[in-house]
Ligand binder design. Structure first.
Ligand code: S3P
Length: 185
């Protein structure tokens, strides 16, 4: 892997699972913007939303992308060995991150962007009962999923270098598709 691979898509589309597995099989590092933000703040995302508000979280997402770009341009000592072998890493980003236009530009500067496109049923099955995602703590999560997906589809498409339909596919199937397309990206 010679460039960063960035996975975008709606909550529950499999970005983290696929990302972790892809990084492992490619022997590269895996990063997750949500995890970085939680680490920096020292509290879970649900608490960042409730204590500091969504716009604070969205600003942190943009800041996180800028920090990753700075690392790409001037890698810290820890990253140097990896970069000497000209390896990239796999980065999974929060579902709402590509909504900001500025973030879409930053994402495409950071690496090759792959949109894991899942249908609402797949997402609902995966996230029902989940309490860690503040935006889905509503009476009718399926309706919210459909609305947010419709509003975000255009943004995800605009950010992506490649789109993969993930419904009905295994993690291994998706990784296979990414690997066979990687050279052409
Ligand atoms: C969000 C998605 C979440 C997390 C936050 C907001 C969104 O990440 O960033 O709860 O707006 O879609 P995942 O997509 O990794 O669940």
């Amino acid at each position: 892997m010679q460039n960063n691979i960035i996975l975008i898509g709606y909550m529950g589309c499999g970005k983290s699972t696929v990302g972790r597995s892809l990084a492992e099989t490619s022997a590269v590092a895996f990063l997750d913007t949500d995890a970085r933000i939680e680490e920096k703040e020292g509290i879970p995302i649900s608490e960042i939303f409730s204590k500091k508000g969504e716009s604070y979280f969205r600003d942190m997402e943009t800041e996180c992308l800028k920090a990753l770009l700075r690392e790409k341009a001037a890698p810290s000592k820890a990253c140097e060995d990896v970069l000497k072998e000209r390896k990239g890493c796999v980065i999974s980003v929060g579902g709402g991150l590509p909504v900001r236009e500025e973030n879409r530009t930053l994402l495409r500067q950071l690496g090759k962007v792959i949109y894991l496109k899942a249908g609402p049923d797949t997402v609902y099955e995966r996230i029902k009962g989940d309490t860690t995602r503040p935006l889905l703590q509503t009476e009718d999560p399926m309706r919210k999923i459909r609305e947010m997906m419709a509003a975000r589809e255009e943004k995800y498409q605009a950010a992506a270098h490649m789109v993969i339909d993930v419904d009905g596919k295994t993690v291994a199937d998706i990784i296979e598709e990414i690997k066979s397309a990687e050279e052409k990206l």
